[in-house]
Design a protein around this ligand. Sequence first.
Ligand code: GAL
Length: 370
Amino acid sequence: MKKKLVSLALAAAMGMTLLAGCGGSTGSTGSEAAGTSSTAESAAASTAESAAASVAEGSSDLASAKVGVCIYQFADNFMTLFRQELESYLVAQGFDKGNITIVDGANDQATQSGQIDNFIADNVDVLIINLVNSSSAATVTDKVVEAGIPLVYINREPDADEQQRWTDNDWNVCYVGCDARQSGTFQGEIIADLGLDAVDFNKNGKIDYIMIEGDPENVDAAYRTEFSVKALTDAGLEVNCLDDQVGMWDQVKGAELVANSLSQHGTDIEVVFCNNDAMALGALQSIQSAGRKVGEDIYLVGVDALTEVVQYVIDGSITGTVFNNHFAQADGAADAAINYLTGAGNEHNIQCDYTKVTADNAQEILDSLS
Ligand code: GAL
């Protein structure tokens, strides 16, 4: 049975503008919508009208449920770990692997929108979507809700206005993810904890840094940029941004940008902040090519805790990273999908925690990844 849309009026453009450049970039307030979460009970109430309810009524057996998963881009290290965990966890919970379809949006919203249309035409029982463009959330929500399919957003958090619509309309729509502000704070703390003396190689009394940002389509980029620097200033340190560039989460771009920055600013650069580990791996290549040595004349931090990076934290080639818990996020998204299918329902915003990774706990984190 189709669920009627109550209103399309609030489908406001949510595009978050992130202008790279020193002096700070701020995004829209996606995570602030955590406060708008409705109760699991109210979410469950509307489930009666959804297609998912028929699964719950007919059978508690998840093996026959069809799951559609849209990933913004397969060529993304972190989202590869995420989707692998998502699939194996769904199978472990009783879904049939043949009923789980995971598609690659190839970083193109038009491609992804077509994939969503196909999933709707195919009558999937639940959708898990990692948007290409966060600003498409309202349009995507409207068509998926109209089709009566429960929807779990992952990784790219729709903004507060969009999440408010889910609450106001009691739709079976939620977001599962971690609060990127925390990851930025942890990055900054990793540097602040070293102390000014250890970091201030040029003895100008400031932390001279460069920032390599991810794709602004994910609010994670803006939050990590803002909160890593805020953690330094909150610790009473003076900061000096020498360069701020968008590397699109990409290792090759990260390497290029850091190489350029190093040739322009040379030994004035004391810290390289990368919004993710793929770009930190690229940064490390350029740091080494420039004859610099992490821990001796420069520091480098990322986010995600890719295995390779955690290994580098252990051997000292990378100062630290932040574990972006793909297990908790993937399992949480699968659990949310199951809750819709069984009629239990969900809160609209489900959050998990990041973990700071330094030489002190890197081995433990590495062990937990395998
Ligand atoms: C971030 C992650 C990045 C990239 C991005 C994709 O959370 O840290 O590495 O995967 O999501 O939106």
